[in-house]
Design a protein around this ligand. Structure first.
Ligand code: FNR
Length: 182
């Protein structure tokens, strides 16, 4: 049976390059994986005061979505050399209540996508710091930094073959590694 993999996209804008890359990964994934983009833009900023016995509906929905997934792929821009707040907030929501983290042991991968030349390296590696603490084994190779991303798309918004080939290599490597660590 194919595995359900949650995809979290760290940009909320409609024309997001990260979203375009995530949508391309959904299409390129091998038959063993079913990638699902999980909404994170509706999660209120994490606050223990609202995370009561009846948490916000979006918290409950998000936790269920991740709990029902066997792995997680983070597709993230870089904001000020780190991960955007929207991704960190989703991580925090999923990590609580204490002792009930939905992240634990789920095989993860990180791909950073940036208009800058260094491909969101800072965001990619800061995110990995949280994944260590959350006990998520994380794909190490190939590293995935998509820099100067605007050049990967033509005027019709289609991704170019070179970038598509790299994304195919990345998702196939994740699928093969997933079988070993799951
Ligand atoms: C950016 N951007 C950016 N780029 C980068 O390579 N390193 C950085 O530190 C930052 N910092 C940053 C901060 C903020 C607040 C914004 C809004 C943007 C630019 C970023 O790479 C660009 O906006 C991407 O297009 C964002 O990804 P999406 O929205 O296209 O997916």
């Amino acid at each position: 049976m194919n595995k359900s993999i949650a995809v979290l996209v760290g940009s909320l804008r409609k024309e997001s390059y990260n979203l375009k890359v995530a949508n391309t990964l959904v299409k390129l994934a091998p038959a063993s994986l079913k990638l699902n983009i999980i909404q994170i833009g509706d999660l209120p900023l994490y606050n223990e005061d609202i995370d009561t016995a009846t948490p916000p509906a979006s918290y409950a929905r998000f936790r269920n979505d991740i709990a029902a997934s066997q792995g997680v792929i983070f597709v993230t821009p870089e904001y000020n050399r780190t991960t955007p707040a929207v991704i960190k907030n989703a991580i925090d929501v999923g990590s609580r209540p204490y002792g009930k983290s939905v992240w634990s042991k789920k095989p993860a991968a990180v791909i950073s996508v940036s208009q800058g030349a260094i491909g969101g390296f800072g965001a990619n590696h800061h995110l990995r710091q949280s994944l260590v603490f959350l006990d998520m084994p994380t794909l190490q190779q190939p590293e995935a930094y998509v820099g100067s991303v605007a050049q990967s798309f033509d005027e019709k918004g289609e991704i170019n073959e070179k970038t598509k080939a790299f994304l195919k290599q990345f998702i196939d490597a994740y699928a093969a590694w997933f079988e070993k660590v799951k």
